[in-house]
Design a protein around this ligand. Sequence first.
Ligand SMILES: C[S@@+](CC[C@H](N)C(=O)[O-])C[C@H]1O[C@@H](n2cnc3c(N)ncnc32)[C@H](O)[C@@H]1O
Length: 355
Amino acid sequence: MGELDWRRMTVRYIGSKARLVEAIMNIIGEPTNGSSHFVDAFCGTGVVSRTAALRGWSVSGNDTLLSATYLAEASLLSEEALDFSFFGSYQNTVEMLNTTPLVDGFIWRTYSPASSQFCEYERRYFSEDNARKIDGVRNKISEWHESGFIGYKEQVLLTADLIEAANDVANIAGTYGCFLKKWMPQAQGPLTLQPRTLFPNSIEHRMCVGDVFNITTDKRDTVYLDPPYTKRQYASYYHIPETIAYHDEPIVGGVAGLRPWKQIASPFCYKAKALGAVYDCIDRLEAQHIFLSYSSQGHVALSELLETLPRLGKVVLHELGKIGRYRPNRTAAKGNSAVEEYLIEIDKSEKGENL
Ligand SMILES: C[S@@+](CC[C@H](N)C(=O)[O-])C[C@H]1O[C@@H](n2cnc3c(N)ncnc32)[C@H](O)[C@@H]1O
């Protein structure tokens, strides 16, 4: 699958490595007899997991957000791993979802202008019809799963397709941290799910939802760490994909209608805690070979990392060069030059050596 296909099938995601993934994997390299399992411990959209899998690694992914693990898992599913026989094919199933009736549900009540009938805010994340469509499609996916017409993986794939379709018509400037007052042209078009090109062959993979501090790795695993590096908490910036993934009806608050997220606030997003969190995270991994993404835009200084990490093992700094960073919108992009991106390699089997 080419780069263009990949871009079409993913959501705009802060810190996505879509533009850097080839450079990252060129450094990490191919699986070997000694290490053939790749752990993408902060998987986000799964673009790195997918590229590692395409290069022959077996893959595990992890993220605190259920929606992220759905996006990542959907990108790793192959035709042969899926069973859509009840509806004929994956394409037919998506077609049925596209013609499913609209429903006045939670997304419509909470995130469309209809919200003004139920609370003090008129939220404009989605047009009323697109919000009703999200409710109708999400209900249908759950109903089919509960009735046994589709299995878990099929449910994940269709929900990821819905999250991506919703993202295409969301009235936002890149993230769900807030909605735009003025309707953007893309928010006025109809929401349409698009069947994706599935992964070419069946691969061994596992996705977990949880804190990176709770993951278990094997000594021989190769671990890729891409923690948040600014104060932006993913749980609040991506609260609507999360509600679509969970298909729940949380009590939301404020003008943005955030679902409760503080219980999964990330320590990596606090300047004062981030360096300690990176150190502890690497320290407690059983795996010996670790790669950490770093951007000069981050709130931990590179010099601090390079001073601290050698206590854990041999450290090598790989420069990936200046890359135009993902910007949520044009205003944010103005006046911002490209940032330096790095990959820091840590070999815990060789403690005490430096750079
Ligand atoms: C920079 S993004 C990863 C981007 C990903 N590599 C990609 O290319 O799409 C950081 C991710 O870390 C997740 N995250 C933040 N804190 C975490 C934690 N303590 N444990 C696991 N995941 C966490 C966020 O939800 C987010 O998806």
